[in-house]
Write a protein that binds this ligand. Structure first.
Ligand SMILES: C[S@@+](CC[C@H](N)C(=O)[O-])C[C@H]1O[C@@H](n2cnc3c(N)ncnc32)[C@H](O)[C@@H]1O
Length: 389
């Protein structure tokens, strides 16, 4: 039964959902009737022509399914630009690669701010898996002044040539497919997907060796029945996106926690969430292919993967501290000066949501992973919680 508070699908959307469910069922049939949850998440988010990120749903912004920080306020991108400027200045120039650029809002804000400081990167390269988001980014960034627009290009894969500069990813990690697990009486179980009573449903199996080992390695003291998730794809993903980084930082922002706060009794059930038309719910088997699925990021896993890749942790802090350290107040004041008085309160309220503790200020974190970089990192100078990882 569909939860009452879900927005009903249009006939076209309902037909699309039927096609995505058919694709999942076809794969279930060849896989013996059960799929691990990370494979299901990969299919419904990224299967070409079918998945949420690969089939034209509107996705970001007030008219879409969810709002990200750069969609909320340009102050976010200007602060990120300040951090990039500091790194580029320390390195005597360099490039920026943005992973998963959404509507292009962050790229527009970062390039706009860097242009006004006369500190544009040699190139601003975007790696985007979603064909329609790539088109939206291209249309949006064509509107930048020529000096900035001509530096932007789109990549089909991470470049092999060495990168000096910044790898940037905002709210991308939470969209990586996760495995879901349950602590069983005799070992770790994988909660995957099966077809039952005419619909997709959760189904448990003994965990794969990889999942069982990953959960055991975390040395968690969890009671039988405890359910959560683990992102086993995070390590390989981080290795891929940071491989070209010869000197500089990978700057990753997302919602999440250090592990010691993630796998706690209060978070039994995990952090998996579904977003459709600005509504959050927890059923990944409705609106199949038409809603975003996400899970909070275990930043300790990010740090472990970074160390495995030979990177150092340059800093870990809350989004609020990061933004305050990179000039939030000055950027907000500058933004207000450009607005008509009647628009100011709304713009200020939106920007404040980025830093307020009950909004995005504490739930969201920033982490800097460095390689051959000894310059300053203002975003992590106010408070650095690396020791909690
Ligand atoms: C939640 S949106 C965030 C968009 C944008 N960074 C922002 O802050 O508004 C996630 C973005 O990551 C992209 N994406 C997801 N997985 C990716 C991957 N493995 N490589 C590159 N982009 C990816 C999606 O297509 C989308 O553009």
């Amino acid at each position: 039964m569909i939860p009452l508070d879900l927005v009903p699908l249009s006939p076209d959307e309902a037909a699309h959902e039927v096609r995505v469910v058919a694709a999942v069922r076809a794969e279930l049939a060849t896989a013996g009737g059960w799929l691990p949850f990370d494979r299901y998440m990969e299919l419904v988010l990224y299967a070409p022509g079918l998945g949420y990120y690969a089939a034209g749903a509107h996705k970001l912004g007030a008219g879409g399914d969810f709002v990200t920080a750069p969609e909320l306020s340009a102050v976010f991108g200007r602060c990120v630009a300040s951090q990039c400027a500091e790194v580029l200045e320390s390195l005597d120039g360099g490039e920026i690669i943005e992973i998963g650029a959404g509507s292009g809002a962050l790229a527009e804000q970062v390039l706009g701010e860097l242009a006004s400081r006369e500190c544009l990167p040699a190139r601003y390269r975007i790696l985007e898996t979603s064909p329609d988001l790539r088109q939206r980014q291209q249309a949006r960034l064509a509107g930048l002044p020529a000096a900035a627009a001509e530096r932007v290009d789109w990549l089909d894969a991470v470049p092999t040539s060495p990168l000096h500069g910044v790898v940037l990813a905002n709210e991308v990690l939470d969209a990586l497919p996760v495995e879901r697990f349950r602590v069983g009486p005799t070992g770790i179980e994988a909660l995957g997907v099966a077809w039952r009573d005419g619909r997709l449903a959760w189904a448990a199996r003994p965990a794969s060796a990889a999942l069982a080992t990953a959960v055991a390695a975390m040395e968690l003291a969890l009671p039988v029945g405890y359910v959560s998730e683990a992102c086993l794809r995070l390590g390989p993903w981080l290795g891929t996106i940071t491989a070209p980084l010869a000197a500089g930082i990978a700057l990753i922002l997302d919602y999440g926690l250090a592990r010691r706060g993630y796998y706690v009794p209060a978070r039994d059930g995990g952090t998996l969430a579904c977003f459709h038309r600005q509504r959050r719910h927890e059923d990944p088997f409705v609106n199949v292919g038409l809603q975003d699925l996400t899970a909070w990021v275990d930043f300790t896993r990010v740090a472990e993967a970074a160390v495995d890749e030979g990177l150092e942790i340059g800093g870990f802090t809350t989004q609020a501290n990061f933004l305050l350290g990179t000039g939030f107040e000055q950027h907000l004041a500058a933004l207000r000066r450009t607005l008509p008085p009647e628009c100011e309160p709304l713009a200020a309220n939106a920007a404040l949501r980025l830093v307020l503790p009950g909004e995005m200020g504490e739930r969201f974190k920033a982490i800097a992973l460095t390689r051959a970089y000894a310059g300053p990192l203002s975003g992590f100078a106010l408070r650095d919680f690396t020791a909690t990882l």
